[in-house]
Design a protein around this ligand. Structure first.
Ligand code: FAD
Ligand code: FES
Length: 335
């Protein structure tokens, strides 16, 4: 069968792809390291440029690759197929001034349910290890079969114990294990820090949109802002399906006292609380902000929330480059 040759411009690495394979699949098969996350066109981790050659791109989420990035030649390699030999440039870690990720063992220090389907987990690093990261980034558990599961760090970087908020996924291999079998003091392997969801320097007021456990990385960022005495104005929109899904509400009240400049807007999708606003959380933002041209938005949660928030907020005047997001995709399907 015909194959196309893919050359990575900066490293000179070369590999072949079949016409039916994505560039990312070809690189993984050839043992070439390329950054990636969801493998489903939702997270943007595999973003890079095609320098020369014809290609096409399958369906993806516009929050992962904006139209203006596409016009500049960027693509998502997990959704890109070659139509002839290509020269590409991958999204090298230093493009985002990243802290290098490393694999490290961790010990489960404690497991505590925060509500009916969210588990708080604390992880301890070996005494000789540290894990510097930017508030908002995530780690991946490396499972016995080599597959990975991503979870955002909820602790701010100045706290050495890693805190995670894990929502139980029905039929989910890893989260079922966490809720039913995982033991305190057990040892696991993680890799981190990963991700481009962190606070950008600016004077603009911040709108945080947290869906479900999308609260975790936003907690990390807000606690870091408190630690750094950052005075930017914050609007925290927190959305859940049903009122029983909220957790750590007292903590949010304590932030309001500490920060003074934080406005908290809890939103319940199914209207199960008569005291709170109901509907989609990003609709509440649209109702409250008639002008979005001078704010910065950080959105985290289910892929549907991130995609819809991106489309609707951009349509209502938010500049594309002022929207930052982490879509909580499921682990890539086994091939
Ligand atoms: C960058 C990033 C950060 C993340 N951070 C967090 C976090 O902080 N907290 C957190 O709780 N989660 C987070 N997630 C999501 C988490 O990684 C996934 O939920 C993970 O796949 C759960 O692993 P699992 O083995 O339990 O389920 P999996 O085995 O991965 O999933 C089970 C399977 O069930 C199917 N499935 C189940 N429910 C649904 C559904 N509603 N819609 C579609 N398919 C479904 C899917 O096909 C999936 O393959 C993050 C994801 C990413 C990418
Ligand atoms: S790995 Fe390509 S968009 Fe997530």
């Amino acid at each position: 069968m015909a194959t196309y040759k893919i050359k990575i411009q900066s490293s000179g690495d070369e590999f072949n792809v079949k016409p039916s394979q994505t560039i990312l699949e070809g690189a993984i098969d050839a043992g070439i390291t390329m950054p990636y996350g969801c493998q489903d066109g939702a997270c943007g981790s595999c973003k890079g440029k095609v320098v020369s050659g014809r290609f096409y791109i399958e369906e993806y989420q516009s929050s992962a690759l904006t139209d203006s990035e596409k016009e500049e030649g960027y693509t998502l390699f997990c959704k890109t197929m070659a139509q002839e030999d290509l020269v590409i440039e991958t999204n090298m870690p230093n493009m985002y001034d990243s802290i290098p990720a490393k694999v490290t063992p961790v010990r489960v220090e404690s497991l505590q349910k925060l509500n009916h389907d969210v588990m708080q987990m604390y992880l301890k690093l070996p005494a000789s290890e540290t894990l510097p990261f930017k508030a908002g980034q995530y780690i991946e558990f490396i499972m016995v079969d080599g597959s990975r599961r991503a979870f955002s760090m909820a602790n701010p970087p100045h706290k050495s114990m890693i805190e995670l908020h894990l929502r139980l996924i029905e039929g989910g291999e890893f989260t079922s294990f966490v809720f039913n079998e995982m033991k305190e003091k057990s040892i696991h392997r993680i890799e981190g820090p990963i991700g481009q969801f962190y606070l950008r320097e600016s004077e603009r007021p911040i709108i945080f949109i947290a869906g479900g456990t999308g609260f975790a990385p936003i907690k990390s960022i807000i606690e870091e802002m408190i630690f750094n005495k950052n005075k930017r104005k914050i609007y925290l929109y927190r959305g859940v399906r049903s009122a029983e899904d909220f957790y750590m509400t007292d903590l949010v009240s304590s932030w309001k006292k500490k920060l003074g400049n934080l406005t908290y807007i809890p939103v319940v999708e199914d209207g199960s609380s008569t005291d709170l606003r109901s509907g989609y959380v990003h609709h509440a933002v649209l109702e409250d902000f008639k002008k979005l041209s001078d704010v910065q938005v950080y959105c985290c949660g289910a892929p549907g929330l991130v995609e819809n928030a991106f489309i609707d907020l951009i349509k209502n005047g938010l500049p594309e480059d002022q929207f930052f997001a982490d879509a909580f995709t499921f682990s890539p399907k086994k091939k």
